[in-house]
Design a protein around this ligand. Sequence first.
Ligand SMILES: *Cc1c(COP(=O)(O)O)cnc(C)c1O
Length: 352
Amino acid sequence: MNSNITALVRQNIQSLVPYASARDEYKGNEGVFLDANENPFGLTNRYPDPYQKELKQVIADIKNIDAANLFLGNGSDEAIDLAYRIFCEPKQDKALAFTPTYGMYEVYANINNVDLYTLPLNDLFQIDKASLTPYLQDNSIKLMFICSPNNPTGNVIATETIEWILANFKGIVIVDEAYIDFSNSVSWTQRLGDYPNLIILQTLSKGWGMAGLRIGMAVMNQEVLQYFNKVKSPYNISQINQMEAIKVLSDTAAFDQRIALLNQEKARVIEELNAMAMTKRIYPSDANFILVEVTNANAVYSQLIDKQIIVRNRHSVVPNTLRISIGTPTENTQLINTLKQIDNEKESIIYR
Ligand SMILES: *Cc1c(COP(=O)(O)O)cnc(C)c1O
């Protein structure tokens, strides 16, 4: 046991006796099952596997990781919430994130009554080491969130910076790789063995196109995983969702094709946007969206809404930016044509 990890865990979680479900006590597959108060009739009458063993093995094979390091949640959002509940004593411990970034780190901090420190990313949306340095030795900070590729900016955080954080920060480092399937960068899951305090989040929601199923992954050291398994609800992923995920995951060729298509479409959208007068800047993206700075984001946003094209207005977090997800080729063409119309109205409000 690595006692450094256990020392980070809240006292009540350390001493928690996990709920033992019927499926925990008898693990066999054959027999007359009269132990879980299930109804013997119906198609989804049985409780699902609480540890999702079959699905985990499929994911582990695809991701080149060990299934024994894998936690599955009701979306990776569940893993974010559990991390707060496991490591952060409300009103006492802290967490830290780099902004602008994914909003749920803050939402779950608030729900769990934990203060979240936020440090701004620099001009290139990278972590500023100098401003982070004083926080590295703060023992009240239990969690550090690093989103890479980052949402909403799209860029990958430099490997060397994350290595530096892992070498110098003794709390839990959570690298959120929700968009890793669109990136050529190597996943941090391949470095798990080097860092007992590292947790990597991934999801079936984005690259795999299963946002409706709510299945997220967290890859972690087995000692940390023990606590996640203790704290999670016993049957956190439904039978139907486990089965559907296994089915979709079996077609890796279709997955590869869609990723290639979306990356190709992203390049096309970028090229078209670059030719428009309203476009000030397109930030580099390793994800299935781009962050675009335009002359007047609020005006472009509302003109797109008038044409029933909905993008995300990020003006409040990065001035005059829109975050645009890459859609089907037809949807992207609709977006481009509409933007061209808006762009060509030279007297338009978008230039004011
Ligand atoms: C979409 C997203 C998630 C959420 O993933 P779910 O598995 O759908 O909960 C997590 N992190 C980031 C950065 C995201 O953009």
